[in-house]
Design a protein around this ligand. Structure first.
Ligand code: NAD
Length: 360
C-alpha cells in the first residue's frame, strides 16, 4: 500500500519523537510491503520563525493533500520564548487550532491503556486496577459549550455571564457513528455519557445515539450520567471500552482517564473527520525543558502512528505489530527516563525507537 503522510515535527521534542515514529513506520513498511511517502510541513514556532505565522495556507493545503497527518508537538517555553510576545492568534498553539478547524476534525480519540509493567505509576489501588484497563475516550471536538454564543452583560443591575450549549442532530450523529465504528474494531461496547436528567442537549444526544446504535447490532450500548462516569473511572475503569461524549464532558473525562494511566509520555491521540483522514499526535506537549537531550519518551508518538495505521489506512495487523513491539520492549525492561523503575535499563529517545523498530 502507498500511504501519503504529512509530517509536522513542530517544536521542542517534536522533531526527536517524530524521527522515531518514522523509523518504526519505515520498519512496518519494509516488513509488510508498504511505502510511506512523507511530506514535511512547518507548524508552530518553527513556522513563525520561517513565515511569521504559526500555520501558512500552503501548509494547510499540503496537509489536506495527504491521507493523514502525523504531528509531534508545537510550542515553546511560554514564560520566556519570543513566540509568546505576540497576539494570541499568532502564537504557536494557534496553528493547532487552525489545522483542526481547517481539516474539520470533529472527533477526538484518546486511548487510556494501562501497561502492567507501568502499573506502579497508576495512582489507583491494585484491587481497583484488577487486570488493568483499555479504553478510548471519544470526544466531540467542534460543538457544544465551547463553541456556543457567549456574552457577559449587566442584567437588572447584576453582571451576568451566559454560555450556550448547542448541539444539532447531525453533529451528534457523526461522532456517534465514529464511536460505533471504532467499537467494531475493539471490544464492541459503547458507553455514551451525558447529563440527560438535566440537559435538553443531552436528551437529544441520547436519542440520536440510540438511533445510530440500531445500525450496529453487534455493539452493546449503555448510557451513563457524567457525574457517575467521573466516579466509575476511578472505581472500576476496566468496565469501559469506548466512552462517547460531548465536548466539555470529554475534555474533563479524557484528562481523568489519562491521569490514571500514570505516564504522559505513553499517551497517543487522534483527531478525525468524516472520512478516513485523521491527525495523529501524542497527548503531551513539546516539553521544551528536555528538548534536544535525547531523553524524551517517543512511545506516545509511536503509538499515535499505530493509530494512524489502524484508523486511516485500515492496516490493523500492522498497528497491532507496533503495539506488540512497544509491549515487548517494556516487558524486556527498557525504559526512558520518565518511566524508569528499579531493575530496568534506561535508554534514550533514539535507542527506544531502535528497540521498538527491531521488534516489528
Ligand atoms: P508538556 O506536555 O510539554 O510537558 C509537561 C511535562 O511532561 C514536562 O516536564 C515534560 O518534560 C514532560 N514530558 C512531556 N512529554 C514527554 C515525553 N514524551 N517524554 C518525557 N517527558 C515528557 O506540557 P507543558 O510543559 O505544559 O507545555 C510545553 C509546551 O507544549 C507549551 O508551549 C504548550 O503550549 C505546548 N503544548 C503543545 C501541545 C500540542 O502540540 N498538542 C499540547 C500541550 C502543550
Amino acid at each position: 500500500m502507498e500511504c501519503k503522510v504529512a509530517v509536522i515535527p513542530g517544536d521542542g521534542i517534536g522533531p526527536e519523537i517524530i524521527r522515531e515514529a518514522k523509523k518504526v513506520l519505515d520498519k512496518v513498511g519494509q516488513t509488510y510491503g508498504h511505502t510511506f511517502h512523507y511530506t514535511e510541513v512547518l507548524m508552530g514556532g518553527c513556522s513563525i520563525d520561517a513565515y511569521g505565522v504559526p500555520l501558512t495556507d500552503e501548509a494547510l493545503e499540503t496537509a489536506k493533500a495527504n491521507d493523514a497527518v502525523l504531528l509531534g508537538a508545537v510550542g515553546g517555553d511560554v514564560g520566556n520564548s519570543r513566540w509568546y510576545q505576540v497576539a494570541p492568534n499568532l502564537r504557536p498553539e494557534a496553528g493547532l487550532l487552525a489545522i483542526r478547524k481547517g481539516l474539520n476534525l470533529f472527533a477526538n480519540m484518546r486511548p487510556a491503556y494501562l501497561y502492567k509493567e507501568l502499573a506502579d505509576a497508576c495512582p489507583l489501588k491494585k484491587e481497583i486496577i484488577g487486570n488493568g484497563f483499555d479504553m478510548v475516550i471519544m470526544r466531540e471536538l467542534t460543538g457544544g459549550l465551547y463553541f456556543g454564543e457567549r456574552y457577559t452583560k449587566e442584567i437588572d443591575g447584576l453582571m451576568t455571564a451566559v454560555d450556550t450549549l448547542t448541539y444539532n442532530e447531525n453533529e451528534i450523529r457523526r461522532i456517534a457513528v465514529k464511536a460505533f465504528d471504532i467499537a467494531m474494531k475493539r471490544r464492541k461496547k459503547v458507553t455514551s455519557v451525558d447529563k440527560a436528567n438535566v440537559l435538553d442537549s443531552s436528551r437529544l444526544w441520547r436519542k440520536v445515539v440510540e438511533e445510530v446504535a440500531k445500525d450496529y447490532p453487534e455493539v452493546t450500548l449503555n448510557h451513563m450520567l457524567v457525574d457517575n462516569c467521573a466516579m466509575q473511572l476511578v472505581m472500576n475503569p476496566g468496565q469501559f471500552d469506548v466512552v462517547l461524549t460531548e465536548n466539555m464532558f470529554g475534555d474533563i473525562l479524557s484528562d481523568e482517564a489519562s491521569m490514571i494511566t500514570g505516564s504522559i509520555g505513553m499517551l497517543s491521540s487522534a483527531s478525525l473527520n468524516e472520512t478516513k483522514f485523521g491527525m495523529y499526535e501524542p497527548s503531551h506537549g513539546s516539553a521544551p525543558d528536555i528538548a534536544g537531550k535525547d531523553i524524551a519518551n517517543p512511545i506516545a508518538t509511536v503509538l499515535s502512528a499505530a493509530m494512524m495505521l489502524r484508523y486511516s489506512f485500515d492496516l490493523d495487523q500492522e498497528a497491532a505489530a507496533v503495539e506488540a513491539a512497544v509491549q515487548k520492549v517494556l516487558t524486556e525492561g527498557w525504559r526512558t527516563a520518565d518511566i524508569m523503575a528499579e531493575g530496568c535499563t534506561k535508554v534514550g529517545t533514539t535507542e527506544m525507537g531502535d528497540l521498538i523498530a527491531a521488534r516489528i
